[in-house]
Design a protein around this ligand. Sequence first.
Ligand code: PA5
Length: 478
Amino acid sequence: MGYKTKEWRNAMRVKVDYNYMMARSLGERGIKDSELRALKGKAEEAFEYVAANRGKDELYMGWTELPYNQDEIVADIIATAKQVRKKFKYFVVLGIGGSALGPIMAFNALKHLHYNELPPKKRGGPKFYVEDNVDPVRMQALLDVIVPEETCFNVISKSGATSETMAQFLIISDILEKRGVNLTDNMILTTDASRGNLIKIDEKFGGKFKKYVLPDGVGGRFSELCPVGLLPAAVLGIDIKGMLAGAAYMDGLCSKPSISRNPALACAALQYVTMLQGKNINVLMPYSDNLKLMADWYCQLWAESLGKAVDYAGNKVNAGTTPVKSLGVTDQHSQVQLYIEGPYDKVITFISVEKYGTEMPIAHGLEDIPDVGFLGGHTMQELIQAENKATAYALMRAGRMNYTIVMPEVNAFTLGQLMFLLEMQTAYTGALLNINTFNQPGVENGKKATFALLGKKGYEAQKKEMDEAPALEDKYTV
Ligand code: PA5
């Protein structure tokens, strides 16, 4: 509720520090002020493109309005979540890609890191699982720890035609029916308003499922702030109004067409300039276990949005840079050696936290062993922040571009800001590249090939083509 006062909102403002991208810090290897100035016109065009098309369903830009147009839905979600929390011991999301990564990320960010292991009173809500794969071992593992009759399954699929989610749906429906449970009592569907198979399934059940709409103009990877993410978050007791307020606040911060006054446009410009220099790896490295899965969510957002073969003019561009997830400080002991001394092909985005959710003093001891003794009397927050600063500095000294998104705290409001910042950054970068940021033809092709392999009607020609493809040869198998 703190987000209701202006002072608190300002104190919680997420900022971007890009000093270590610039020539002033990096010398020859940095971006010159003049390069950003040269981009001014193009950045303004990208800004205008996004501003002019906000909310347009036909362009899949409905996500920009989610912070503003969901009052009724939010009230309904909060009421439903209350019932679910009372009635069920387990809450399981069945979904994949954009229908799963957001709920997992928000759960990781805003709930206890060992939430499911907490005693029920401390947890306050049902145990929570997101099943975003069709590995049979994982499905069995889930079934080993839940009681299906006591579980609310939230089936999330815009199309209702995603093989992974629908296979899970069939397995779970069968189990529930065999145990005499009405599916409509234990399942909530989140899907397209009128198209798609979940609607057909609901019709078969007389429209009795509780349903939420994944709005027309909102693609999977931009859907965390609609019922896809809001329902699971509310079931977990997360302040979803706070998340939306944070997104709206960041939207306000991104309302200027200027790189120096719009954080998302600044990030997009930095990414774009470095792409042109051939830096094709984009690392996201939060220094927070709560934000570890933010990097997974971001990787999908970035990869599916910007990895495109052609631009709007029909030119073959094969656009995009490869997102890599990393975790501070853990990956300092695994990847950072490469970042500092390997090829100059990366831009590293850190996410720093100014105030962690808890404090952990480091006890004094072993003062006679200098490698250890100096730690006593400090805190873990000091240690992680020092390592974050030191890594950014060492990278800069080695001529490696990096910038930092600074989160005052990790809470619903700042998480909403961070999501919206990264979504806007992606939309602006796509506009700078003149590509369609919001489709995913490559993913669709993979889905179709799976349909063909499993003998789905209508995909016979593709099956034939795949069967006739040159046989895999033994000489290339070791
Ligand atoms: O971002 C996207 O659009 C995709 O990742 C989809 O979310 C994913 O393929 C799942 O699709 P659906 O929600 O139709 O099951």
